[in-house]
Structures are given as C-alpha cells and as structure tokens.
Design a protein around this ligand. Sequence first.
Ligand SMILES: [Zn+2]
Length: 415
Amino acid sequence: MNTYLIVILASLILGTGWTLYLEWLNLKSLAPTAPPLLADIHDPLTYRKSQDYARAKGKLEMTAQFVSAIATLVFILVGGFPFFDSLARFSQNEIATGLAFFVLLFAATEILGLPFSLYRTFVIEARFGFNTTTVKTFLTDKLKGYALGAALGLPLLGALLWFYSILGAAAWIWCWALVTLFSMTITYLAPAFIMPLFNSFTPLTEGELRDKLQALAKRAGFNVGGIFVMDGSKRSTKANAFFTGLGSKKRIALYDTLVERHDADEIEAILAHEIGHYRLGHITTGLLLSIAQTGVLLFLMGQALSLPGLFQAFGMHAMPIHAGLVFFLLLYSPISLILTPLFAHLSRRHEFAADRFAAAHMPSTAPLVRALKKISGQSMSNLTPHPWYVFFHYSHPPLGQRIKALLTAETRSYV
Ligand SMILES: [Zn+2]
C-alpha cells in the first residue's frame, strides 16, 4: 500500500477517534451542580437545562464528525478524487478545470454538512430558545455566502493555480504575497462592504452609554472609528461585541441583544476587554502568525506538487495542480491537529491578558465579572468543561478560570 495513503488514512481515523474521545470526556464531565463560584448564574432548573443543551450539542458534534470521517474515507477509497477530476474536465483550460474541481468538492462538503447545520439551527438552538433565524434568513445567508465566495474566492484560487502552473514549486512566494495582500484588503474593506450584506449597522445613539464608551476609549488610548449597534437578534438571542476593520476604518460593533440586556457599566467592561486585545498587540500577533502559517503552507504545497506517490495514493494517473493542493491539505491534517491546541493556548493567554487590561482601566472588576456571568448564563455555556477538551478546543478560558483570575487580580491591587 502507498505510504502517503497509509499516513492519510491513519491520521483520519486516529484524528477522528481522538476528537470523539474528547467530546465524550466533555459530556462525562457535566456535573449535576454548578461550581460554587458560578452557583449564582442559574437556578437549578435552568442549570439542568444548560446541561441538556451541552449534551445535545455534543452529541450532534460527535455524529457530524463521525459522518464526515466515514464520507471522506469512502470518497478516497472508491476513487472519488479521480472521478471529480474527470467531471471537472469540461474544457481544455487547466485553471477552469481546477476551479470546477474545487467547486465540486465544496458542493459535496456543503451537501454533507447541510443536514447538521439545519438541525443545529432549527432543532437544537430553537429547542433551547436561542434561534431567531428564519428559513428565509438561513437561505439568503447561504446564497450571499456562495456569491461572495465565487466573486472573491474563485479569482484568488485561479491566480494560485496559475502561479503554480507557470513557476512550479518556486511559485509559493508569489502566492504568499498575493494571499497576504488579498486578506489584508478584505479585512480592511469588510466593515464597509461585506458585513453590511449580512447585518445592518446603526451608529449608537447619543447618550450616557456612548459618552461612557468614548471616554473609556480615550482613557485606554484607543482611537475609535465609530461605535455601531448590529442587529444580531436577526439570527440568535445570544449576545456579543467585536471590532472590525483595520487602521482608521476600525469600528466597534455591539449586538443589539448586548445593548438590551446589559447596563452601561457592563458594556463598558466588555469594550475595555476588547480594547485590551488591540492595545496589547493581540490582533497584530494573530495576523502575523496567520501570515507566517500561510507562507509555510504554500511553500510545502509547492513541494508536494512534485511527489508522484501522493497522486498515486488517490488513484490519479496524472498530476494536476488542483488535485495536488487538496492532497497536500489531507497530508497536512495531522500537523494542523498538533497546531490547533497551540493556537488555542495562545488565544486563552490573550483572553486572560485582555481581562487584566480591562480590570486596570475600570474602577473595579465587578462589572466585567457580572457581564461575563450574564453572557455565559444567557448562552447556557458549559460551566464544567473537561480540562483536556479546553486544552484542545477552547479559544477562551472557561468562565470559572476567568473569574478566579479577575478576583485574584483585584485582591492583588489592594495590597
Ligand atoms: Zn477576548
């Protein structure tokens, strides 16, 4: 048997096994009562409901992972890749073939994932009272997403195929420059041109809240381009806040659900945390790491294109570039399985640091603690996740750890 195929199949099976095991551990660690520090978040009935929610989500996730792994395995073993490659050859042009090949793979993945995404939104989220997405919103979101992907993604992929076809392995540096330029442009333009396609943003009305947030931004040394309220309630009752854009285009977006349910002090604390991410350089670090990772990926991809064994592993008789790019990603998946927890670890450290920043720029930590508890309570987040699950999956530390760290920071500042 082909060595590449053995590595890919083994990593698919072991990787899925490991993911399912972590999900199972996490379900096992659901506790009948909340930890003492978080006992005031829910009444016993709602707490039990939040456990049912975690269980329902965990089981769906396990099923989705399992089905996706089986489908990938079968697809590889029955020669799905050479079949899609032959379907995609509707023209003499290699780039057109490559793009058609990507579209076919994307469509297959979408069709496979659709039942799970429908079940998640219209059954689980609806059962626990979170879903406000209508079928019409769900469908138009999908269509807009496809149109955007076709308009932006296909030209980029076409350009990558073209670079590799004329320059071979040496193309990676050009591809890297192009992808970096492309993603920076998208990030810069997203708040003005892309996000309004999905949500409406209205400037926060003048008043106590706006004055408070502007004063905070000034105090924390943050140059704000605008504060907007986003109609998050169009899809879910869950609340959130985020920054978008780069440079002078950066905006603060508050979900309407957040503005409705939190008092001005809590929103100020949430914003102080978000500003912390900017001022502590987390955004820049994240951007540089992702640029570096893309560079490594594109370099290795270029090398993989000249490995005949990698193509033979999937039953291909020729070595088309488009197929090589996908095969490389499958070969790379064990490495990304190792990198994911490292990035998650860094992200959790950043969250603690942003919490400390917020605490230092507010009169007390009480509003942030209150806000975190409220957000977590209203979205029924799992209050007792398994430590291994946290290590591998969580981009944010569990609520209990965050609150403990905040309370420690506060006592320290008194001594
Ligand atoms: Zn954060």
